[in-house]
Write a new protein. Structure first.
Length: 510
């Protein structure tokens, strides 16, 4: 297998590749196992009962793609903490300190990790006598006004037959980009984002911090598949929410078996420390949409604690998926015949000639052919639309995995051509052209200006206008005093903090 031969074969359509595999009897082997991640129409980020109650450990999405501006590298992005409300203070969003956030790489297709990049975090508090996340405008990651900060280490663990053969710390005490509290607190968030990008020895680059949630979809699908009313689709229900992201860009040669075998399998996990001091896996993610709607409730927590090499236990959930039957019941679209062997090759083994490693052990993970050049103009449906640099060959930020997966589960590869989707075709924010590519998080101070405020940076005046009752007259100070008297102790504390903040800004100006 060479990069040239793989790219050439990859130009054929996905349906042609799958048809050839079926004709050759490739799905009849006894070793074929587990999950079909495309049997879904949405991902809620709350995919299992136990993990939904502990969002700091909840891995929401995984992306892996050849870096568009550095095609000799691969970028891996994993997100945690679903549905971060931008204004969710004063305790904003941090990574857990008792967790190991892992990016796992299978370089030879045997369903066992050969490399493991482990992120661990520490939290630092400058002043524990205040309730504030930041005590003034934050201009840099080491600004004394940024009261709550986090740093992290990265450990690279090399394994052979699941046994660690080496462990190297490749990053130490790297700063995390903070939650975007708002325009007053962080007037230039883009600078903070850039300061959190850190180059490592050997040509790798890392980032950790808050970002706009890059997944786009209409989550109201869980309302009984829109209740049979498709006129309601088309709203990106993740718009405006943030996540905590880890991004790692590594040279391709660092993660592949060889130039002749450029396909890697990638998945992420969260391990949490238990009462005995041991770490236990509580979250797992490879392809999108797997645990949310493929697995029934009885298997969801088990899957989060499982490994790809043990995926055979979930086979029936794949070959007899629930979703097509639900769609048939509501929208009268005939479900494809079972067992759904058409799904196995694409999502468990990789597409032969595109992203399937030789002697592959079927298992659930993202599979990426690192020799496929990035597309000059990516197509949102990826391989289904002839763009072999996209999903299910890895997953780019712009890939519409909802529409692609839905079309496949409804029989696109077995002759049932369709254009099904959720009418959300792109993220609400544009992605970046350089690492870490993620859009900046939505700020907590979003929304319209207060009544009577047009513009300007005078915090005292803005606060006075915001607190002024409708039709009230008088100076800003009078308004503040009147508001304090009516607001009680809590209002006085808030106004006092605001005035101290304004004085600090005034002193800086002079």
């Amino acid at each position: 297998m060479t990069p040239n031969s793989r790219t050439g074969v990859g130009r054929r359509s996905l349906a042609t590749l799958i048809s050839g595999a079926l004709a050759a009897g490739g799905l009849a082997a006894a070793g074929v196992t587990t999950l079909e991640p495309g049997a879904a129409s949405a991902s809620s980020h709350r995919e299992a009962p136990l993990i939904s109650g502990t969002p700091q450990y909840d891995n929401t999405d995984l992306y892996a793609f050849v870096s568009p501006d550095k095609p000799d590298t691969t970028t891996i992005i994993a997100n945690w903490i679903p549905f971060e409300e931008p204004a969710g203070g004063p305790n904003f969003f941090t990574f857990a300190e008792d967790a190991q956030y892992d990016l796992r790489i299978d370089s030879d297709g045997d369903a066992q990790e050969d490399l493991l990049f482990r992120y661990t975090f520490r939290t630092h508090t400058k002043n524990k006598k205040t309730f504030l996340y930041n005590t003034g405008p934050v201009e840099s990651l080491d600004d004394p006004d940024l009261n709550i900060t986090q740093t992290y280490d990265i450990e690279l663990i090399k394994l052979r037959h699941l046994k660690a053969v080496s462990s190297t710390k490749i990053a130490d005490d790297v700063p995390v980009a903070p939650s975007n509290v708002g325009k007053a607190s962080m007037p230039d968030y883009d600078t903070l984002r850039k300061q959190a990008v850190h180059e490592l020895a050997g040509g790798a680059t890392t980032f950790a911090g808050q970002a706009d949630d890059p997944f786009f979809l209409d989550l109201r699908v869980f309302d009984l598949l829109y209740g049979g009313n498709l006129s309601e689709v088309g709203n990106d229900t993740l718009k405006g929410y943030n996540v905590n992201s880890v991004a790692l860009q590594v040279p391709n040669h660092m993660i592949t078996e060889s130039a002749e075998q450029p396909v890697v399998g990638i998945w992420s996990t969260t391990r949490r420390k238990n009462a005995q001091g041991h770490f236990t896996q509580v979250s797992r993610l490879g392809n999108p949409l797997v645990n949310e709607v493929v697995n029934p409730l009885k298997d969801k927590d088990t899957f989060n604690a499982s490994t790809p090499r043990d995926d055979a236990r979930f086979l029936k959930n794949v070959t007899n998926p629930e979703l097509p039957k639900l769609i048939e019941g509501i929208y009268k679209i005939p479900a494809p015949k079972e067992p759904r062997n058409d799904l196995v090759d694409v999502f468990l083994k990789g597409v032969e000639g595109l992203n399937q490693p030789p002697h592959v052990t079927p298992s659930e993970m993202l599979r990426l052919n690192t020799s496929i050049e990035p597309a000059a103009k990516p197509k949102r449906l990826g391989v289904l639309d002839g763009d072999n640099a996209g999903f299910p060959n890895g997953r780019r930020l712009t890939d519409d995995v909802i529409d692609a997966s839905l079309q496949v589960v409804e029989g696109e590869l077995v002759g049932a051509k369709n254009d099904l989707g959720d009418a959300v075709d792109a993220n609400d924010k544009e992605f970046g052209a350089a690492f870490p590519y993620l859009a900046n998080p939505t700020e907590g101070s979003r929304g319209p200006l207060a009544k009577g405020v047009d513009s300007g940076n005078d915090v005292r005046n803005q606060l006075g206008d915001a607190l002024r009752p409708a039709g009230a007259q008088g100076s800003d100070n009078t308004t503040l005093i009147a508001a304090s008297a009516g607001a009680g102790a809590g209002g006085i504390l808030l106004i006092g903090a605001a005035l101290l903040w304004w004085r600090r800004m005034r002193d800086r100006a002079y």
